[in-house]
Design a protein around this ligand. Structure first.
Ligand code: NAP
Length: 275
């Protein structure tokens, strides 16, 4: 059973807890590592980008936080075993796993190669599965934990990259399956579904302005905004939430297409953005 927290105060305080953030060297993962560290967690930044991740861990440590870097290719079961060993040896526990690492292919169904499909599914979906499966026993040994899977708002529609879309729909399904299985071990599993967040993943992509134009809030989100939602789900502030997915996309999934139709039909004003 996952008991209610003992106190209503400071429920996002992660002091004494260990968090692993995959793909934590840059982008949203970096913002999540920084915020979870500020909330008091010891953070294990796990990524294929060794020099950036090491520099981030060093910078956090210099600011008085507990932070380490570990090399992790999320598609590798051997790497996962080593990272969980590192967590066990460092703190003897694991409280939070953020399955954030991900790539995009940006190819249509006609143009997607089998290698491209397999690589993307291997990282975005199989990597998330391996993370959940690898982390759960150590979380269970400590009495439970929280797993946050980073999906996408493309997991609610037909995004132009079929491999990416399938991987993120898969992450939502995996989230629900794992939540139902691991609730008995005291582990909550939820997913976060961002819309457009400008990072290294998409900084030069041609779709940025069209996406912003369609987003009701008329802007992209920031990695820090996503990190705030991850902190909420990682912490006791969300203690009665499991198996859920949370969009964070400036209203895009809520009805951007209908809003555009309403604006173009004169039913809604353009002021306020997104027209
Ligand atoms: P990012 O800036 O590219 O950061 C992703 C990090 O994951 C990078 O450090 C990347 O390294 C690393 N990574 C890639 N493959 C890996 C692997 N096999 N094992 C471990 N680490 C790996 O991307 P982001 O925008 O922060 O995206 C973070 C997550 O949010 C992803 O799951 C993405 O799909 C999701 N998301 C992003 C957006 C958006 O608009 N940015 C929207 C919705 C969802 P490399 O640089 O070497 O690839």
């Amino acid at each position: 059973m996952i008991a209610p927290p003992a106190t209503a105060a400071a429920m996002t305080d992660l002091s004494g807890r260990l968090a692993i953030i995959t793909g934590g060297s840059r982008g949203q993962g970096e913002a999540e590592a920084r915020l979870l560290a500020r909330a008091g967690a010891a953070v294990l930044i796990a990524d294929v980008l060794d020099s950036e991740g090491t520099a981030l861990a060093d910078a956090l440590a210099a600011d008085g936080h507990e932070a380490r870097f570990a090399h992790l290719d999320v598609a590798s079961p051997e790497d996962w075993a080593a990272v969980i060993d590192e967590a066990r040896g460092w703190k003897g526990r694991l409280d939070v796993l953020v399955n954030n690492a991900g790539i995009i292919n940006r190819k249509s169904t006609s143009d997607t190669t089998l290698d491209g499909w397999n690589r993307l599914i291997g990282i975005n979906l199989t990597g998330t599965f391996l993370g959940i499966q690898s982390a759960a026993p150590l979380m269970r040994a400590g009495g439970g934990g929280s797993i946050v899977n980073i999906a996408s708002n493309s997991a609610f529609s037909g995004h132009y990259d079929p491999a990416y879309t399938a991987s993120k729909w898969g992450v939502r399904g995996l989230t629900r399956s794992a939540a139902m299985e691991y609730v008995t071990w005291g582990i909550r599993v939820n997913s976060v579904c961002p819309g457009l967040i400008v990072t290294g993943l998409n900084a030069n992509a041609s779709h940025l302005q069209p996406m912003i134009g369609l987003t009701p809030m008329a802007r992209s989100g920031t990695p820090d905004e996503v990190a705030q939602l991850v902190l909420f789900l990682a912490s006791d502030a969300s203690s009665f939430i499991t198996g859920e997915d949370f969009t964070i996309d400036g209203g895009f999934t809520a009805g951007a297409a209908y809003r555009r139709v309403a604006v173009e039909s004169g039913l809604l004003p353009t002021a306020g953005g997104g027209g």
